[in-house]
Design a protein around this ligand. Structure first.
Ligand code: FRU
Length: 449
């Protein structure tokens, strides 16, 4: 699998579609897979929702898109690939209408409902996101202008079939590094929080990709960014974010957590979804992200330690590869944090660290695996993070075998993949040089299947 698609709460149930190659653990011949959940925690597989149609405007693949409620009719917008992969003009928006259980989908006879504007030299036109504001539908599409950079194009419609082009919502500028331009912006999402907006998109550059969150405001049909940052310091391990607003009014977000290395070939599958994240906007414009309350239902055996002054590495006694950890730390000037997937002799270990001197928080994978022959990136994934005076560091960590998701102080996330070699690399530790571990709660985590 790759991107989450069409996330929607329908008749109370959460539906999550995703980019899917039914033939094997590599990217290609993209269909839409489908899973459903009653409680946001346990998921059930459903049949493939969209398959490319030979001779149709999506014969080269059903790429990313969204789902909306059109007056009680479930409706998908997705990117059809007309035959060939690489020409901007081959990427078009298609529409499909669903049965009430969202299991069967009929492609609309008017497809494609939207084709790229001819007056821009685009290098892609994909990943429609559609929403309604009063009586008007809007659609944004991810794109890139040759030699300029990423761009998000804006459209509006009254019937979802005829779309009027309103111009670029925002255009990147390669001269302005704060715009994180890249060559193309994928999977745009525009989220309203009161009179503020957050624009999410994936920046695709050769050799790297990551998700950007811009906080700003709308001025007519233009988005004016005020603050730009990466959404997740794991870069490509949290990509192509997609959100829904659920019946309780929460904004929930998923991302694609892709593989590292070659484990996929032995496993026969590749790629996972992140845990859902609940989004909100702090009064100062900071995007907050936290795990939804429902995830506590997976908690099983519990241990707690408190009041430890950390000198070096301290074994916390717990072991496991499916764990939730919640720690409160008082740093003291040098790096401190938690270690997971630690072998008894410490040769393998993945560290979640905060370095107050460098103002960095991240995941140190340099010793995550002794398996050096399988193409793994054994690196440090980190981003800018600074505690305010007197603020405690809160690390909330979900470890699910090779998937590691870290939330720091509900505003900073790092998602990573780690593949230790040792069967006994299951230890949990804390480390520091005089830092205080006020408390750490550790739960073994149940299965979502
Ligand atoms: C992002 C992406 C999208 C595209 C899809 C194809 O990962 O490249 O832009 O629609 O994947 O699978």
């Amino acid at each position: 699998m790759n991107d989450p698609n069409g996330v929607i709460q329908w008749r109370g149930r959460y539906h999550l579609f995703y980019q899917h190659n039914p033939h094997g653990p590599i990217w290609g011949d993209i269909h839409w897979g489908h899973a459903v959940s009653e409680d946001l925690v346990h998921w059930q597989d459903l049949p493939v929702a969209l398959t490319p149609t030979r001779g149709g405007p999506d014969e080269g693949g059903c790429w990313s898109g969204c789902a909306v409620d059109n007056g009680g009719v479930p409706t998908i917008f997705y990117t059809g690939i007309r035959g060939t992969y690489d020409l901007a003009q081959s990427q078009v928006t298609c529409m499909a209408v669903g049965s009430d259980d969202l299991v069967s989908w009929e492609k609309h006879p008017a497809n494609p409902v939207l084709t790229p504007p001819k007056d821009l030299d685009l290098i892609g036109f994909r990943d429609p996101s559609v929403w309604r504001d009063r009586e008007t539908w809007y659609q944004i599409v991810g794109s890139g202008v040759r030699d300029v950079g990423g761009v998000v194009l804006l459209y509006r419609s009254h019937d979802l079939l005829e779309w009027e082009y309103l111009g670029p919502l925002i255009t990147g500028d390669k001269r302005d590094p704060s715009l994180w331009t890249g060559s193309i912006w994928e999977c745009p999402q525009l989220l309203a929080f009161g009179d503020k907006h957050v624009l999410l998109f994936g920046v695709w550059e050769d050799g790297t990709h990551y998700t950007v969150a811009m906080t700003g405001r709308l001025s007519g049909h233009r988005f004016v960014p005020e603050h730009t940052r990466k959404l997740d310091a794991g870069d490509r391990h949290f990509y192509a974010a997609q959100t829904l607003t659920d019946e309780t009014g929460r904004r929930l977000m998923w991302g694609w957590v892709q593989e590292d290395g070659n484990a996929r070939h032995e496993a026969g599958w590749a790629g996972t979804m992140s845990l859902p994240r609940e989004l909100s906007l702090a009064p100062d414009g900071t995007l907050r992200m936290r795990p939804p309350e429902e995830l506590t239902s997976l908690r099983a055996a519990h241990t707690r330690r408190s009041g430890l002054i950390l000198e070096g590495t301290h074994d916390l006694g717990a072991r496991g590869v499916q764990l939730e950890l919640s720690a409160h730390l008082v740093p003291n000037g040098s790096a401190c944090g938690l270690g997971v997937l630690r072998s008894p002799n410490g040769a393998e270990e993945t560290r979640i660290f905060y370095d107050p001197a460098r103002h960095k928080l991240g995941v140190d994978r340099r010793r995550s695996s002794l398996d050096t022959g399988s193409g793994l990136s054994l690196d440090v994934q980190e981003g800018d993070f600074e505690l305010q005076a007197g603020e405690t560091l809160q690390l909330h960590v979900f470890l699910d075998h090779s998937v590691l998701e870290v939330f720091a102080n509900d505003c900073f996330c790092v998602t990573s993949r780690v593949y230790p070699k040792g069967q006994d690399s299951t230890g949990v530790c804390a480390f520091g040089n005089g830092a205080e571990l006020e408390t750490v709660d550790i739960w073994t985590m149940g299965s979502i299947w």
